[in-house]
Ligand binder design. Sequence first.
Ligand code: NAP
Length: 523
Amino acid sequence: MSITGEAIIGGAQERGAGGSFKAWDPSRREYLEPAFHMVTPDQIDRACRLAGEAFDTFRATSDQERAQFLDTVAEQILAIGDELIERAMAESGLPRVRLEGERMRTVNQLRMFGALLREGSWADARLDTPLPERTPPRPDLRMRLIGLGPVAVFAASNFPLAFSVAGGDTASAFAAGCPVVLKAHSAHPGTSELVARAVTKAVQLCALPAGVFTLLTGTGNGIGQALVGHPAIQAVGFTGSRSGGTALMAVAAARKQPIPVYAEMSSINPVFLMPNALENRAEEIGKHFAASLTLGVGQFCTNPGLVLAVDGPGLSTFCKAALDALHATQAAVMLNQNIADSYRKGVDALANNAAITTLARLEHEEGKGAAALFRVSAEEFLTRHELHEEVFGPASVLVVCQNLGQLHEVAEVLEGQLTATLQIDPEDYADAKALLPVLERKVGRILANGYPTGVEVSTAMVHGGPFPSTADGRSTSVGTGAISRFLRPVCYQNMPAELLPEVLRDGNPLGTWRRRDGALTKE
Ligand code: NAP
């Protein structure tokens, strides 16, 4: 397969005429061929209208048919072969082993949503038996979930496969029966084109309407804003910066018909070193914390950007172990120049902050990210909000508290987070129990004695959290729960049997779990 640089792949496929740009190879520090055409406003409009037209046909497909489609997308991605890995390596600077793992994760994610559809209970079917003798009589009520409509998905820069063209947002939208109009990330347009061709091939092989999927290529805020503002679009999935996410939330809210935005934006993922764990295991914790901080050059939304500890036995051992481990790392290529520049600015700002002590700052190299660790007192942290913001990359701030009361105070002032981690030994359980209600209010996932990087794709996973970690903390963007973002309930009252959707019919023809008068049953 060769990359053509077309502005649009999929439903509204045609050559773009809105200018062009080239992808950047962050390792070799050179532009890659070919140039990519940019979408025009007319093409964005056409892609969205086609998605709107495809919606009813797509959502009328059976769960089995959509599962087959998701499996076919997975097969077609694998069929691209090594070209996909090579191009993703060139465009992202990520190593082969990471990208091969990410490809498997992408494929398994698609198959996981296929399995969810085959199991069937995602539709949350509910049937309330009519009570004609009751005063007032209760009607026959039946409820199921349906897709929201076309979804605009913004691919993430830091997962060029698993959170990009056929990543979790796209897979969950497809599973819900929603067409996808995808804004490719301008940092990996060739990778995006290859995957988009695989998705388009799957659309054709499964005889689905072309508007089920369209990829838009280009760069500049106008594309995303036109996409989110388009009347056919009914929901948004986004992973990226806080400024980008909040700008798109504002566009969605200002529409004649406002729509939900599921934006995953910024999180500093606090790690709490509880006193006994720190006293007993400081060296081991310091070493593993440094490994988590520098994994993937810190370019994970779950990167541990904040560590909190009470001053006392173990803290200096923790610092020494962490610093030794950080000094053994080297600056490494970041995803793109923009991210490398933002990281450098963020680290400069921390280093120049009068309240901060620099514990480690490895030597900077152009386009690369080098580890950094800073220290601040809880008193200063409590009043300096600039220290609460994400610095995307391998940098973290250690907040030193005088006592556990102050540690609670710091936890209370934190913004919403994707994760919080507790390093605890059994003697810490009572203190951890007192902290848990605060953490439950602030974060989407609470870990004990682990590290936040590494997000399992599964049924119980929550990759979400209160603002600004996400735009809407009632959901997850990883795991089967991600489908709920693109669904809404419809109730059918006294509907003739012939007009009911299959999943709500008497006799349960699909054999799925349903709630009859509140109780789960397959009858
Ligand atoms: P980004 O700048 O927010 O871009 C993400 C996508 O949104 C791109 O397609 C971009 O278009 C578009 N976009 C950005 N701002 C927009 C606006 N105001 N209106 C309309 N569309 C807009 O994110 P990024 O490029 O991935 O990385 C930049 C920073 O985001 C990083 O330094 C980091 O701080 C943060 N980030 C966070 C996470 C996380 O998971 N928390 C992940 C990745 C990045 P273009 O293609 O034209 O740029």
